[in-house]
Design a protein around this ligand. Structure first.
Ligand code: HEM
Ligand code: HEM
Length: 396
């Protein structure tokens, strides 16, 4: 008999990803607050890295949360309904929605504040970094408070209301063999059920957002630095110091200039590679990949032809925005390599990229929550209530 396949991680990867930003950002901020004890040590530097990595990890956490909500609201079944229908079928009580709203608002606002504060700090020139030290630190502490509160609401959702545990997530529904236990699952069905590629698509999209924001900041910072500065010797300094005494983490750093992380070119290539991976997975979940042609050109053509039909544009636009993110990242990589000090170019490309990413996330939310049909500006309206006359006659 066919062995039943269920998801490897129940309910979804959101519950794994929450640990990284909470842990890294929390400890990093604690080290920063106590840094007067070890002012110029590598310990302080490690704390700063934790703040950076913890903040960047918020972006995939939020995008995985977008999937998590769809996942629990549909009880694990992706049936292509509109959001209005999904909400009705979710059978969530008002308390559930109240917790969800608070969870999302606090998590999204906290993450937004932290990302803007940290990326703003990276982009700033040295005098501005000194001037804005306290405002940035206070913003990060406020963000940490909001994120902690979001996490508390998340815990309430899971452990008090039973979101994503047996009962709320009907695992049987997510299992394609649920109706017929003797049905033979194809390799693709098994893979999709166990791994859930849609989730990976969203986590990759979150990494693209984090990478693009940080690298944009780095590119802006780069325009303010002199192109002819030789690479600073600090890396060697740290290595020599650790080679002499690897356990002395609290020893002061050698007196050299701080490292200039001004290599946005290779980071842009990384962003482009992440975008490509997101696109490939997007084509996989959208059923655009077929063997041996690789890409289903008829399906692709269909998506582009539908761009002319109002109400059918969501998918085509998602493909166009995805491609634009890839192209602009590559242009920024080229710009960073050949014209690193060109402020105007960095400004135009970066702001276009930020707008396209925002539009892409919106289009993705519409596609995921509300199907590929409907306006690109808003969700589909709720189904019309049954006409009272007809229901009355039906009851008779
Ligand atoms: C900073 C942002 C966020 C943080 C720190 C956070 C944290 C958490 C935590 C701690 C849980 C409980 C997990 C457990 O204990 O098993 C949780 C669950 C959940 N979160 Fe978030 N979250 C964030 C953003 C979001 C967003 C933006 C959404 C939706 C758009 C979301 C949707 C959910 C859902 C539906 C659950 C229920 C369990 C699941 O399906 O994974 N979260 N979150
Ligand atoms: C860097 C960001 C992203 C890129 C490059 C990207 C790219 C793509 C591509 C090329 C496809 C296949 C075409 C299609 O089906 O429309 C796709 C599918 C999809 N994407 Fe994304 N995407 C991104 C972010 C997102 C986000 C943030 C979401 C959800 C919030 C999302 C949700 C979806 C959904 C639901 C599909 C499948 C649509 C279907 O069933 O046909 N995407 N993505």
């Amino acid at each position: 008999m066919e062995k039943t396949v269920t998801r490897i991680v129940i309910p979804n990867y959101h519950v794994i990803l929450i640990h990284f930003p909470l842990g890294l950002l929390g400890i990093g901020l604690l080290i920063e607050l106590l840094s007067f004890l070890w002012k110029k040590s590598s310990f302080h530097l490690a704390g700063r890295w934790m703040i950076l990595l913890g903040t960047l990890a918020l972006a995939p956490l939020v995008t995985s949360g977008i999937f998590a909500l769809y996942d629990v609201a549909t009880h694990g079944a992706d049936d292509g309904d509109t959001w209005a229908q999904v909400k009705i079928d979710s059978h969530f009580a008002d308390t559930d929605w109240h917790l969800v709203r608070n969870h999302i608002l606090r998590g999204a606002i906290g993450s937004g504040i932290a990302l803007v504060a940290v990326c703003g700090w990276i982009a700033a020139c040295d005098p501005n970094r000194r001037r804005f030290y306290w405002p940035v630190l206070i913003a990060l502490l406020a963000a940490m408070g909001l994120i902690t509160s979001a996490a508390w609401h998340g815990g309430e959702m899971v452990f008090r209301q039973g979101f994503g545990v047996a009962g709320k997530l009907d695992i049987a529904e997510a299992n394609p063999t649920a109706d017929d236990p003797n049905a033979v699952m194809s390799f693709k069905d098994k893979f999709d059920t166990a791994i859930s590629p849609m989730q990976i698509h969203l986590i990759l999209a979150g990494l693209v957002v984090a990478g693009a924001m940080a690298t944009m900041a780095l590119s802006i910072r780069r325009t303010q630095e002199s192109v002819s500065v030789p690479p600073p010797p600090v890396a060697d300094g740290i290595q020599t110091q650790f080679a002499q005494n690897p356990t002395d983490l609290l020893a002061p750093l050698p007196k050299v200039d701080p490292p200039a992380l001004s290599t946005p070119g290779r980071f842009w290539l990384l962003v482009a590679a992440l975008t490509l991976a997101t696109i490939i997975l997007g084509f996989y979940v959208g059923d655009f990949l077929i063997w041996p042609k690789i890409i289903d050109t008829r399906h692709l053509q269909h998506a582009f032809t539908n761009l002319q039909t109002p109400g059918r544009r969501r998918m085509g636009l998602h493909i166009i925005f995805g491609t634009l993110i890839l192209v602009i990242s590559l242009l920024l990589a080229i710009q960073a390599r050949w014209k690193p000090a060109q402020r105007m170019m960095v400004g135009i490309f970066s702001s276009t990229l930020a707008l396209v990413i925002a539009a892409q996330i919106w289009m993705g939310i519409l596609l995921l929550y509300d199907s590929d049909r409907g306006s690109v500006a808003h969700f589909n309206p709720p189904p019309a209530p049954p006409i009272s006359g007809s229901s009355a006659s039906a009851n008779q």
